[in-house]
Design a protein around this ligand. Structure first.
Ligand SMILES: *Cc1c(COP(=O)(O)O)cnc(C)c1O
Length: 433
């Protein structure tokens, strides 16, 4: 049988997870999403919605996507049991869904290929997007090369410095990287900057949003493209253990790797779903020290959607911090806001220190260097595993690999983990100019 792509969720809670015609999840005061747009963008988003609804039922498109998933991304990604780490902790068994093994090194390629295919169908010539850690930018630049399209990536100046190898990867792939120099010079400013550029030419450009955020139809569309992660994982997990996991965990930035894993399990009431947000330097440290949007945010409109948002005293989006560039965003996808109010997903946090510890534990116990984003889900899993029985099973979405984070981690925390600042044998080439 030819492989098919999963894009339709039609039963139970996963069926209810389809937003209404205006793009809202949930009802009444727990209604999130929509499309809050400047008037010129209203017909543009409407057209994307119509075209997406066409292609998601088009066997030709689904075959093309399924084929690229297999041959280009390398799907299915494996599930791996962390026996050494689980033994050391002494409680629940910890399993990873290895999205870090995808081509380009994270889950982002799953939706980038979908968005690029859609853009191409719509006759667009250029893909434009924001990026935080650079993972979405690299994945989109990759998809653009494959589809023979132009690509322009907006990235905060601070993230450009922190994630320099990803900037080089985008440039080598032929993309233009535009620095976002306003305000906090990070992910929020990158979105603002990309949005402004997009407004200038919606005719030829397609704004390939990097997560389950923004105006309708992006939150549900990006989720549909990511849902393959959970559908694969569910089957693999049953094949491997004969059972479902007791808990699925994933970090939450905009929310796409978490919804990617959770969607297939929404109707399995015995499977606990846990989204882990960055507590940064500590939730009690106040504004600018964490990025725990669902934990401490308030419903508001940001980037075209209604969702929980971290606001400062003047009611503007707050300054945020996380050691993981892909998570420092004051907003979150609207479906998560709904899931929080509904109680179907539980939201927890991990501090930078817990994350760095998890980063080194996984590297040294299992030989897997995780992205700092993914290490949030792992850090919380390690915390709860201790108090669970040896029969319990935790499944963590390993959303990306940590190569991009090595310099940052070694510069900031190397001393504590036995790595000299200058490198153990030879330092990296000095750039004194
Ligand atoms: C971008 C990114 C994230 C955060 O984005 P979500 O939309 O919340 O998934 C997490 N992990 C990695 C590796 C990323 O690159």
């Amino acid at each position: 049988m030819a492989p098919t792509a999963h894009l339709d969720n039609s039963s139970g809670l996963s069926g209810r997870a389809q937003p209404d015609a205006d793009g809202f999840f949930g009802t009444g005061s727990s209604q999130f999403g929509g499309a809050f747009l400047p008037p010129p963008l209203v017909p543009v988003m409407k057209e994307i919605d119509i075209e997406y609804n066409k292609i998601k039922q088009d066997p030709e498109f689904l075959r093309e996507l399924a084929d690229l998933r297999k041959r280009f991304i390398g799907r299915p990604s494996p599930i791996y049991e962390c026996k050494n780490l689980s033994d050391k902790i002494g409680g629940a068994r910890i399993f990873l869904k290895r999205e870090d093994l995808n081509h380009t090194g994270s889950h982002k390629i799953n939706h980038c290929l979908g968005e690029a295919l859609l853009a191409k169908r719509m006759g667009k010539s250029k893909l434009i997007a924001e990026t935080g850690a650079g993972q979405h930018g690299v994945a989109l630049a990759t998809a653009a090369s494959l589809m023979k399209m132009e690509c322009e990536i907006h990235m905060g100046e601070i993230d450009i410095k922190k994630e320099w190898p990803n900037v080089r990867r985008m440039q080598v792939l032929g993309a233009t990287v535009v620095p976002a120099t306003e305000g906090g010079k990070s992910l929020k400013e990158a979105v603002d900057s990309a949005f402004a550029a997009y407004m200038g030419d919606t005719e030829n450009m397609f704004f390939a949003i990097g997560s389950t955020v923004g105006p309708h139809p992006f939150p549900s569309m990006v989720r549909d493209f990511q849902a393959i992660v959970g559908y694969e994982a569910k089957k693999q997990f049953i094949d491997l253990t004969g059972d479902l996991p007791d808990m699925c965990l994933a970090c939450v930035g905009g929310g796409c790797n978490s919804l990617g894993l959770f969607t297939a399990f929404l109707d399995d009431e015995n499977v606990k779903l846990v989204g882990v947000e960055p507590a940064g330097r500590g939730l009690d440290m106040g504004e600018g020290h964490h990025s725990a949007t669902l934990t401490l945010g308030t419903p508001a409109v940001l980037h075209g959607m209604k969702s929980y948002v971290l606001l400062n005293e003047s009611g503007d989006p707050a300054a945020v911090h996380s050691c993981a560039s892909g998570l420092d965003y004051p907003g979150v996808g609207p479906q998560h806001s709904w899931m929080k109010d509904l109680g179907r997903v539980q939201y927890e946090t991990a501090t930078d220190d817990e994350v760095i510890n998890a980063f080194f534990e996984l590297s040294r116990m299992e030989g897997i260097i995780p992205a700092l984003e993914s290490a949030h889900g792992l850090a919380y899993a390690m915390k709860v595993a201790k108090d669970m029985s040896k029969e319990s099973k935790l499944l963590v979405n390993m959303s990306g690999r940590g190569d991009k984070d090595l310099d940052y981690v070694c510069d900031m925390y190397g001393d504590k983990f036995g790595i000299g600042k200058e490198g153990i044998f030879f330092g990296p080439p000095k750039n004194d100019s």
